[in-house]
Design a protein around this ligand. Structure first.
Ligand SMILES: [Zn+2]
Ligand SMILES: [Zn+2]
Ligand SMILES: [Zn+2]
Ligand SMILES: [Zn+2]
Ligand SMILES: [Zn+2]
Ligand SMILES: [Zn+2]
Ligand SMILES: [Zn+2]
Length: 1754
């Protein structure tokens, strides 16, 4: 596809000639024209053909970039650039630009602000590694700040970027460039920059500028270009594309991905009309529903090609300026140079940003970062430019629809956070005002007619949201406050200018969202409230920084104070609406503001007032106070100032008194956030400060009246109030309000932990917060951090004080730990701590009383000793001794003493005692310090109002019911005495004695009451405990069920007493131990609660069970099970155990019919649900899934419960049979031979198919000697007369379970007639047994007696099921299977079969089980199933075991690879010698290579063999234990180093394995030979593909090994790219913990089709790696993902913990994380024990929000 119609003559490309031409033109100053002449042709040649990207790059390199480099260097660039590089001073800056997801590190000790970060390389080589660092991942953009001394308080350099010896910052690096090179470089850089600008902004779609337009007519070759926006979803784009350009779903996804990544994509190439048509369809399809259509352009190929070249140039420029400091500096200077039109290239680049598509922008930004931002001087110039154009840039950004990260405005963080730059910009370029003015412009649209901001709930306009990014810029600009000497008049002036603008924003918020109390009806609509809080949150840091700056400089502070006062006075209530009036109580009066909070508007937003409060905190350190003449303003009185916050606090008190209940949740939410730790710093806390300011300057008596007036408590405070007659219903309200009022007083007087109010440091403040949190209960680090306020650097300051007040205690059960308060710190506890929520207050109170009881202290919770006020706030203490206060104290104490006071409450008494306590503590301090101005004491023991004597009278008063209040009274009285003594008041010591005795008496009196109360409490606690226990059990159902199983078994593993013969139990053969006739087993149906005996003939019982496919035991993970592989013969389990079917059960028993009814009901219920709710279930009824009705374990079938097998087998003389192994083998060998029937050689060429025609027993015995024959016959004696048949219900259940195992195990439709049904039934038993055997080994548990009862019930049911399954299939079929099994180990002697089953391929335990259950049927002559065909553990089974074990040993000997140990002589070992003989023989027969120099030692072989066959023997023991019910020997019930001997004895095997070969007759010898002769063995051993050869014991699978340090993983995935879309970063890299593969999860690029569903990479991976089940680590989120099936999954905590033992899902906290082996083991166990589906079901069941996640897309 050429863009030119006539193949225009392409000029021959000779680089030398070209470069020469360019050099000449350069001399003439016409380089650009010459370059364009070349590009006119070659840009099309290279980029106009739609070559693949790799080819384009190659061609571009050759034809476009190499020549320019040659020109630049005037010689070989390789050499020249190297020379230049050598002249560089090693760079001081790292400047590495971060990719998305790359790990970044910040130092909490040294970073100037949290935006200062290091790349991993620098971090590893820096000092900060030893500091408190924080880890996080980059969102893309931004660069490493290593080497920037302004970013770090200490250690700004890593060892790679060490500061240079001599300072070269003054030196101009350009001077190091050769002159002529500078000339050429200038010309070239300028030329390419101009061209780039021209092309990027080129707006015509089918023409180029004349000097680039090729000669001749253009070909009709166009491109439909689709641009991205952030409005349309992926799906919308994909659908539109499929319609418009007729592409597949996959191609559409690719286009959409490109659009998303690059900002535009070529979705169609062709002639103009076809491209135009596509454009129309896309626009039409995406413009419905009133949406703006997707942007689509039809462009000529030549335009697109030149734009592509321009992009490549930008990337090329980055590499060129990276070649040398000089070139970079030159580039910077050139790009900053004003052009003809007065604007520099850089300026233009800034301004065109929003016109460009995504990838063009990102490339530009990277060029800026790698260029001008790396050069100190240029960065400064750039910063000025940026500030100059700031209003335009943000305007464009707000109109634009791309994310902030691809906007040029996001570079502000690189500029405004540099302290020197920011300072320069604020001082010289008025930065603060520039930013604020732009923001205010956006606020204008949000103003209502009162001039306040008003947000709309339904407003979908993003403009304001985008505008709010300016507030971040504001914060950056303020981050570093100037030091004292940096303040200049100019800085002050411009700072205050900025402040004034900022305050006008606060003015728009002052009083916004005002509420009015609803009476009568509830509010109809919840008013909008979130907008204001969002804005407030974004401003908090700015406010704090402004105040910090102001506090730094006296002149600035005075200026700011005046401005604030001025603006605040503009917000005053209009005089017309608010009147003043005199109010009085008990002879005191004050002129109050008449404003009824319960009837007029109140706004919780008072940012101006609060800003004022913030300023007040800084006055004192500059020698100012509220009355200083410098601050004199008469526009607002102190009473005006406290009015707004007081209204808010009164409104909240009224809410407590239930007066605002009709105002709905909107108000409650506002109040919640007002107090919340995230907002309170600039809301609640500042309101308190403002009231404290008021309390310091307003006369104390008047102040109290103002408060009471606003609370509506003036009447309450009058003596007459208690006289009956006032309205009853008001009283309760008033009591609450009075308590709230006293609370506020306690806070105003007692809260002194704010810097500026009290004599405290910020560390004191944090410490106090921590103490009060830990008084609630011990807390984990994260819990505590969340409860503490953060400063603008997101620091809580917790670390510097936490260890002073608390100790960290690790918990015993898991690895996380909690902080516990140190004993000393408890005395700092203040019950009325102002940051406590109501719930926290009562919790802490309870905990503290409990603690004091425990330590036998009194229960009083007195006020802690308060800090000293700062000078300015000292007058507050006057409140404690003013007459009004003493009046109130007296009043409340009197009401306590009164017989019946209507307005009294114990809460009021407790609070007033607290205040009296505060007064006494203040008195003690004053006295100690010799301060005589404070004299509470003399007023309190004044004759006419002797507070102390009333208090003495209250001791023992019956009105006091709370121990803590009584004890507080005593405590206060004691303090009274102490203070009086201190003041040398005559105190009779009697009083103290009396006091103690009175309290004693008091105790006596109340003892009875107490005892009664205690009993009551105990009863309550017991009741509580029992419910808690019930809940606990319910929550942990799994755990508790395993402890008490529902099947009450009568013969347990632990019980040997029933063994009649005594001695060592033997399970097999003629001499096996006799078992007492088993007591019938009973089960209780969990559905009908009826108990029933488990019988073969009764109503069948079933266990809820779950069947799942599994690859947990796979020895060959690369070979994955393919779905429905009809060819696979499941009669033989493969030795690599690639996949299997695992059955588990929760152990709960039901009647089959009870279960059926239950299940039908579940299905019915689900069918009736509307389709859209169907998927909202933790179980999938389409897959037969249900939850166990008792424990809610996920289940998908039921296993029938079968009575013990020996009880079913009728007595017989089978056991009298006496037949040697050789004779037995001989008989079976004959059977196989005579039953083998060669079929006609049909079409088959070289394969010979066999079919068996089972010979009758007579035919075989005829060939035997008579004595042998009779014994042989005896083995198969059958029982015609036997009438014990299974009940139909049991048979049905056996069939059902078999059908389900077949269908779930193979993932196919049920098919009862399928030949593989029995194979699957047997193989799930085999697989489950082997899996449990491994589980026991991994958990280091003994083989018997340690299984959970769920496991053993399930195993028992499974084995019995496998044994009786042949009763439900035609006997003839079983005979066939049996013969086919036998023939594998008894091949035809003189026939080698290429496709013959090699014994290496067979899993011998599977073989054993299948043989055991089929062999008894071999000669049965009845077609009806019979109990006589059940295995019994008799002689036949014994011989079968020996045969299979022999074959297994041959397997082991063929595959073993014993490392040579050299000659090590140990005692002669006959067994070893014998084994070595067999080993040598076998290997020779198999034609394996001769022995190495160091031959295997006999002892080695013998040891190896014992170890290798252990798993087989263990499984066999588990199997025969169930078949025969012979109890296991004690030595296998405990952990035992030597299991081999007891296993052999239990299984009646000779402990000398060699005897299996050497004294068993000649048949076995010849069989061994034939096994070794199999051709396949040879070829398998030859093709050293070790994957294929399974050696024994089989490997026990583990999850992959994870690194200790989590950042290693993050770093690893930062370089992981999507495997499907070449080289792109992956958004959610996810690691399979089973095989270690990294996947590109949750992303369109890697979706795949699985059985008709579109699935994400993780889900797709589970199909092949875990047979549908997966366990993954989502690296960026730091969480574990569990998946089961295509639709279900859950997240669980990762095994990585921080130093406090806590996980960090989502990496929000950023503490360094290390691997916790215990948690990882627990995860591994989850996987290894097949518990993933169960865990998911439980999680989905308890967190319904998880159901909404599309798990299959992960
Ligand atoms: Zn770095
Ligand atoms: Zn560095
Ligand atoms: Zn540090
Ligand atoms: Zn029942
Ligand atoms: Zn259950
Ligand atoms: Zn991908
Ligand atoms: Zn995997």
């Amino acid at each position: 596809m050429m863009a030119l119609k006539s193949n225009a003559p392409t000029r021959a490309f000779i680089q030398q000639v070209l470069v020469k031409e360019w050099l000449d033109s350069c001399h003439k100053g016409e380089l650009l024209a010459a370059l364009k002449q070349h590009w006119k042709c070659y840009v099309l040649v290279v980029l106009g053909h739609g070559y693949d990207p790799a080819k384009e790059d190659r061609l571009a390199e050759k034809f476009l970039f190499r020549p320019m480099e040659f020109f630049l260097c005037n010689g070989d660039p390789e050499v020249k650039f190297k020379e230049l590089k050598e002249k560089d001073c090693p760079s001081q800056f790292c400047g590495k630009v971060f990719k998305y997801g790359e790990p970044t590190y910040s130092c909490r000790d040294c970073a100037n602000d949290p935006t200062c970060v290091l790349c991993i390389d620098c971090f590893q080589k820096s000092d900060h590694k030893k500091h408190r660092y924080k880890m996080s991942t980059s969102g893309g953009g931004g660069y490493c700040d290593c080497g920037d001394s302004e970013a770090w308080k200490t250690a700004p350099f890593c060892s790679n970027h060490q500061a240079k010896q001599h300072d070269t910052s003054q030196e101009n690096p350009m001077e190091r460039l050769p002159d002529e090179l500078t000339d050429r470089a200038s010309a070239l850089l300028m030329a390419v920059l101009r061209y780039t600008m021209e092309m990027l902004t080129w707006e015509q779609c089918d023409n180029l500028p004349p000097d680039l337009q090729p000669e001749g007519e253009l070909e009709d070759s166009y491109i439909t270009m689709l641009f991205n926006d952030e409005v349309h979803t992926y799906e919308q784009v994909i659908v539109a594309l499929q319609r418009a350009v007729d592409c597949t779903q996959k191609e559409a996804v690719e286009f959409a991905t490109t659009v998303d990544r690059e900002g535009r994509s070529n979705v169609r190439s062709g002639n103009f009309s076809s491209c135009e048509k596509a454009r129309n369809i896309i626009e039409h399809n995406t413009s419905r529903h009133g949406n703006k259509p997707l942007k689509v352009q039809v462009m000529h190929t030549i335009v697109v090609a030149h734009q592509a070249f321009a992009l490549k140039i930008i990337q090329w420029l980055q590499t060129i300026i990276g070649k040398s400091d000089g070139l970079r500096h030159l580039f910077c200077v050139l790009s900053m140079q004003p052009q003809e039109d007065g604007q520099s290239i850089m300026e233009k680049l800034l301004l065109i940003d929003t016109q460009l598509w995504k990838v063009a922008r990102v490339n530009n930004h990277q060029l800026i970062m790698a260029g001008v931002l790396m050069d100190l001087e240029c960065k400064k110039q750039f910063a000025i430019l940026f500030t100059k154009h700031y209003p335009t840039l943000v305007r464009d950004f707000i109109r634009d629809d791309h994310y902030r990260s691809v906007s040029i405005t996001s570079l502000s963080v690189q500029i405004f956070t540099v302290p020197t730059l920011a300072r320069m910009l604020v001082t010289e370029y008025n930065l603060l005002d520039v930013i604020m003015q732009s923001f205010l412009k956006c606020c204008e649209e949000k103003k209502n007619n009162e001039g306040k901001l008003a947000f709309d709930r339904g407003d979908r306009n993003q403009a304001f949201k985008r505008a709010c990014y300016m507030l971040y810029d504001m914060k950056y600009a303020l981050t570093c406050k100037p030091s004292d000497h940096e303040w200049t008049d100019k800085l002050r002036e411009n700072f205050l200018k900025g402040l004034r603008s900022f305050l006008s924003l606060l003015k728009m918020m002052q009083g916004m969202d005002a509420v009015i109390r609803q009476t009568g009806t509830h509010l109809e609509y919840e008013p909008e409230w979130e907008g204001a809080f969002n804005l407030q949150l974004k401003q908090d840091d700015i406010i704090a920084e402004f105040i910090n700056w102001c506090g730094q400089d006296k002149l600035t502070l005075i200026g700011a104070y005046k401005i604030t006062m001025d603006i605040l006075s503009q917000c005053k209530d209009k005089p017309a609406t608010v009147k003043r009036e005199y109010k009085s109580v008990a002879g005191f009066k004050a002129k109050c503001v008449r404003y009824d909070v319960s009837g007029q508007h109140v706004s919780i937003h008072l940012p101006l007032t609060r800003f004022m409060a913030g300023l007040c905190l800084h006055l004192e350190k500059h020698g100012l106070n509220f009355n200083s003449p410098e601050l004199a303003m008469d526009s607002l009185t102190p009473v005006d100032l406290i009015e707004p916050p007081l209204r808010v606090l009164v409104m909240i008190a009224q809410t407590q008194a239930n007066m605002w209940r009709r105002n709905g949740y909107g108000l409650l939410n506002q109040i919640f956030f007002y107090h919340n730790v995230k907002c309170r710093r600039e809301m609640y806390d500042k309101d308190i400060v403002m009231l404290q300011v008021g309390a310091s300057v307003i006369d104390s008596n008047e102040f109290l009246i103002h408060l009471m007036n606003k609370f509506g408590l003036l009447a309450w405070a009058s003596l007459e109030y208690d006289v009956p007659g006032s309205q009853e219903d008001m009283i309760k309200q008033t009591v609450t309000l009075a308590e709230e009022f006293l609370n506020l007083l306690i806070i105003i007087i007692g809260e002194r932990y704010v810097e500026g109010v009290g004599d405290v440091t910020s560390a004191d403040t944090v410490q106090r917060e921590i103490i009060h949190q830990l008084c609630i209960s011990p807390m984990a680090h994260s819990e505590l951090s969340k409860a503490l306020p953060e400063d603008s650097n997101h620091e809580t300051g917790i670390e510097q004080v936490i260890n002073l007040v608390s100790t960290f205690k690790k918990s015993a059960t898991n690895s996380s730990g909690r902080f516990e308060l140190k004993k000393d710190s408890y005395q700092e506890y203040n019950k009325y701590f102002y940051h406590y929520s109501r719930a926290e207050q009562s919790k802490s109170e309870e905990a503290q009383i409990e603690r004091k009881k425990h330590e036998n202290e009194g229960q009083a919770l007195p006020p802690p000793n308060p800090k000293k006020f700062k000078q300015n706030f000292q007058p507050i203490t006057n409140l404690l001794q003013c007459d009004m206060m003493l009046y109130l104290m007296h009043l409340l104490l009197q009401r306590t003493a009164a017989k019946r006071s209507r307005s009294w409450s114990e809460g009021q008494l407790d609070r007033i005692l607290h205040i009296i306590g505060l007064a006494l503590l203040e008195q003690r301090r004053a006295t100690n310090e010799g301060d005589h101005s404070f004299d509470f004491l003399s007023k309190a023991i004044n004759d006419d109002r002797n507070i102390m004597s009333i208090m003495e009278g209250l001791v023992g008063n019956a009105n006091l019911t709370h121990e803590s209040t009584k004890d507080l009274l005593t405590w206060t009285l004691k303090l009274f005495l102490e203070v009086r003594k201190l003041k040398n008041d005559p105190v009779s010591m009697d009083t103290l004695d009396q006091l103690s005795s009175s309290t004693n008496r008091n105790h006596d009196e109340t003892k009875k009451l107490k005892a009664k109360m205690a009993a009551k409490r105990r009863a309550k606690i017991m009741a509580q405990m029992s419910t808690m226990q019930k809940n606990f059990i319910k929550e942990n159902a799994e755990l508790f069920q395993s402890a008490d199983s529902e099947l009450s078994r009568t013969s347990s593993d632990m019980d040997i007493s029933e063994l009649q013969s005594g001695g060592f139990p033997v399970a097999l053969g003629r001499n096996r131990s006799k078992v007492a006739s088993p007591v019938p087993c009973k089960g209780m149906c969990i559905l009908c609660q009826e108990e029933q005996e488990v019988k073969h003939s009764g109503r069948a019982m079933v266990l809820a069970a779950f069947v799942q496919r599994s690859t947990v035991l796979s020895q060959c993970r690369r070979k994955f099970p393919s779905k429905d592989d009809d060819d696979h013969d499941y009669l033989f389990s493969p030795s690599d155990l690639t996949s299997g079917t695992y059955t588990s059960s929760c152990g709960h028993v039901m009647h089959f019919d009870c279960w059926q009814r239950f299940f039908d009901a579940v299905v019915m219920r689900e069918r009736r649900r509307p389709i859209r709710f169907r998927s909202n279930l933790s179980y999938n009824i389409e897959q037969n899934e249900f939850l166990c009705p008792l424990c809610e374990s996920i289940s998908n079938t039921v296993i029938p419960v079968v009575p013990s097998l020996p009880s079913l087998v009728p007595d017989s003389n089978k056991d009298d049979a006496n037949l040697t192994f050789n004779d037995w083998l001989d008989g079976l060998h004959k059977s196989v031979q005579s039953s083998r029937k060669e079929t006609d050689i049909k079409e088959a060429k070289d394969t010979v198919a066999y079919e068996f025609e089972p010979s009758p027993l007579n035919a075989i015995t005829k060939m035997m000697a008579e004595s042998v024959a009779s014994n042989f016959r005896l083995l198969w004696q059958s029982f015609q007369n036997d009438s014990t048949l299974f009940a139909q219900s049991l048979t049905d259940m056996v069939k059902k379970f078999g059908r389900d195992v077949y269908s779930f195990g193979l993932n196919v439709e049920p098919d009862d007639g399928n030949v593989r049904v029995p194979f699957m039934a047997w193989s799930t038993c085999v697989f489950t047994l082997q899996s449990i055997e491994q589980q026991l080994k991994v958990e280091e548990k003994p083989l018997f007696g340690a299984m959970s009862s769920r496991q053993s019930d399930c195993l028992s049911a499974l084995i019995k099921f496998a044994c009786i399954f042949n009763l439900v299939i035609p006997q003839n079929l079983i005979k066939q299977h049996c013969l086919r099994l036998l023939s594998a180990l008894m091949p035809e002697a003189n026939r080698t079969r290429k496709d013959g089953q090699s014994i290496l391929d067979i899993d011998m335990f599977g073989y054993l089980l299948t043989l055991t259950v089929t062999l008894p049927s071999l000669y049965t002559d009845c077609q009806a199933p019979s109990m006589g065909t059940l295995p019994t553990g008799g002689l036949g089974d014994h011989h079968a075991l020996k045969l299979v074990l022999t074959a297994h040993i041959v397997q082991i000997m063929l595959t073993c690879d014993i490392p040579s140990q050299g000659m090590m002589e140990i005692e002669a070992d006959n067994e070893g010698e014998a084994l070595l003989r067999i080993y040598t023989f076998i290997r020779k027969e198999a034609k394996m290579e001769g022995e190495s120099e160091n031959p295997v030692q006999p002892w080695q072989l013998s040891q190896y063999l014992r170890k290798a066959c252990l798993p087989f023997l263990r499984c066999a023991a588990l199997l025969y234990r169930q078949i025969t019910e012979v109890p296991a020997p004690r030595s296998l019930q405990e952990l035992n180093d030597d299991e081999f001997e007891p296993l052999c004895r239990y299984l009646a095997l000779p402990p000398q394995l060699s005897t299996l070969f050497e004294s068993q007759g000649d048949i076995i010898t010849s069989l061994v030979q034939q096994w070794c002769h199999n051709d396949n063995i040879g070829s398998q051993m030859m093709t050293a593909s070790s994957e294929k050869i399974i050696s024994y014991p089989r490997r026990v699978n583990r999850l992959v090994t994870l690194p200790e340090d989590y950042s290693e993983l993050i770093n690893e995935v930062s370089s992981f790219t999507c495997p499907k879309s070449d080289g792109d970063e992956s958004r959610a890299p996810t690691m399979c913990l089973v095989c270690g593969k990294m996947l590109c999860s949750q992303s369109y690029c890697c979706q795949a089709d699985v059985d008709g569903t579109t699935c994400g990479a993780a889900t797709e991976h589970t199909v092949s790696c875990g047979a549908g089940i997966g366990i993954f680590l989502r690296v960026r989120e730091c969480q574990i993902l569990l998946l089961a099936g295509k639709s279900k999954g859950c997240f669980v905590p990762p095994p990585y913990l921080d130093v406090y033992g806590e996980t960090d899902q989502g990496l929000r906290r950023g503490n360094p994380l290390t691997l916790c082996q215990t948690s990882y083991k627990a995860l591994e166990k989850l996987w290894f024990t097949h518990s993933i589906p169960q865990t998911i079901a439980h999680n989905l069941e308890s967190h319904s929000n998880l159901l909404t996640i599309d798990w299959q897309h992960l």
